[in-house]
Write a protein that binds this ligand. Structure first.
Ligand SMILES: CC(C)(COP(=O)(O)OP(=O)(O)OC[C@H]1O[C@@H](n2cnc3c(N)ncnc32)[C@H](O)[C@@H]1OP(=O)(O)O)[C@@H](O)C(=O)NCCC(=O)NCCS
Length: 148
């Protein structure tokens, strides 16, 4: 994607942030905390990932990734932008980059899903995501485990 689609001072990179930065981005955006072991394995298991750097402060301020089989099933996860950098279009640029990779690399007809928190709903709707209810509902199972 071109750098012109980001506000001045920000660059979008392919890949994951370092594990400590990833953990902090989740924590700072009130996503559930994860351990370094969970983060390292998550990064191994991604299909594609991007992050955004704020160049003046040399800080990674946003991220997002796709978990997928490369064939047809893709799940968007870890969408997060640090509070001080939100509402500048960074989440939009991250989502656009993830969807572009799917559109460019996946065989025709991919299925893309995500679990939307309230903060992201409008952004996702802008890119064509619709709620699955009442046709289907998301279900989840949570296990207790260590939290960082
Ligand atoms: C969801 C999230 C990633 C969005 O990131 P973001 O960088 O703020 O997203 P954007 O700036 O691209 O768009 C968000 C809003 O800012 C608005 N916006 C974009 N550029 C703007 C600007 N220059 N000035 C004012 N508002 C702007 C967008 O229109 C959008 O507003 P809207 O929802 O009223 O339409 C971020 O809010 C976040 O990290 N939330 C906490 C973690 C979380 O909930 N993750 C999602 C799990 S599903």
């Amino acid at each position: 994607m071109s750098s012109t689609s980001l506000p001045p001072g920000y660059t979008l990179k392919c890949g994951h942030p370092p594990v400590d930065v990833y953990l902090n981005l989740r924590r700072a955006t009130s996503l559930s905390p994860k351990t370094p072991a969970q983060a390292a394995a998550a990064h191994q298991g991604s299909w594609y990932a991007v992050y955004v750097r704020h160049e003046p402060t040399e800080t990674i301020v946003g991220m997002g990734r796709v978990i997928g089989d490369g064939g047809w099933y893709f799940h968007i996860a870890d969408m997060a932008v640090l509070p001080d950098h939100q509402r500048n279009g960074l989440g939009d640029a991250i989502l656009r980059a993830l969807l572009k990779e799917i559109e460019d690399k996946a065989p025709p007809g991919p299925y893309v899903n995500l679990v939307a928190d309230e903060a992201g709903k409008k952004l996702y709707a802008k890119y064509g995501f619709v709620e699955t209810t009442p046709r289907s509902v998301a279900m989840e199972k949570r296990y207790d485990g260590p939290r960082s």
